[in-house]
Design a protein around this ligand. Structure first.
Ligand code: PEP
Length: 244
């Protein structure tokens, strides 16, 4: 069975109403057959993006979600059902910046993925090793542990997620994994997903630019990209989608 191919933008903590309007005006026309496109915007811009993307095939995404499923006293949290209510289709969970700056554990990330699925959202589960872990020869072990936590929590439902391999040393650094480095980790993730590995799209993230996208996307187990910095520049994002 063929796997869906995606380019998803992660705006991180960037944007303004004015800048978003001109960026999204360019993004609306990017999806085509064989190239799905999503944008994960800051919470406060979801309503604006929903309106601009309404008649397009671009998937609206958020960048994080609470693991809490029942409403209640969780100040500052936003639940998966609220995101669904806001028209969100997909949500990033376990981005390395959340793991690093907010102490998110494998168990919490898995719980967030479960909460997203329960509300009908597609979680984009991010995994990836740090430079120290790669230098210590632990890349496969670390990524295997992170994927394993999600598989254990979701069971067969893991077939409904998108995976993103984002080596921490490549995010926002200008340093990209080589196509071969990405491919070998993607193949190991696919194996760790068991039967779901045949259909779950696995995206690569980490300093993807127009210039390197084609070579990375051409690898057999790479099904697209999760794009940070380059998703903020319409021409760069369009070129990356074109490379898919
Ligand atoms: C990301 O934050 O998901 C990412 C891949 O960032 P960048 O493309 O800027 O490295």
């Amino acid at each position: 069975m063929s796997r869906a191919r995606w380019v998803v933008g992660n705006w991180k903590m960037n944007g303004s109403f004015a800048a978003n309007a001109s960026l999204l005006a360019e993004v609306v026309g990017l999806p085509r057959d064989g190239a799905n496109v999503g944008v994960c915007v800051p919470f406060v811009y979801l309503a604006q993006a929903r309106q601009i993307l309404a008649d397009s095939r671009v998937a609206l995404g958020a960048q994080d979600v609470s693991a809490q499923t029942a409403p209640g006293a969780f100040t500052g949290e936003i639940s998966a059902s609220m995101l669904a209510d806001a028209g969100v289709a997909q949500v990033i969970v376990g981005h390395s910046e959340r793991r690093q700056y907010h102490g998110e554990t494998d168990a919490l990330v898995a719980a967030k993925a479960a909460a997203a699925l329960a509300a009908g959202l597609v979680p984009i589960v991010c995994v990836g090793e740090t430079l120290a872990e790669r230098d210590a020869g632990q890349a496969f072990e670390v990524v295997g542990r992170q994927v394993g936590a999600v598989v254990a929590a979701l069971g067969e439902s893991v077939s409904q997620v998108l995976l993103a391999y984002e080596p921490v040393w490549a995010i926002g650094t200008g340093r990209t994994a080589s196509p071969e480095q990405a491919q070998e980790v993607h193949a190991s993730i696919r194996a760790a997903l068991g039967a779901a590995g045949a259909t779950v799209p696995i995206l690569y993230g980490g300093s993807v630019k127009a210039a390197n996208a084609s070579s990375i996307f051409s690898m057999p187990d790479v099904d697209g990209g999760l794009i940070g910095g380059a998703s903020l520049v319409a021409a760069d994002f369009a070129a990356i989608v074109a490379a898919l």
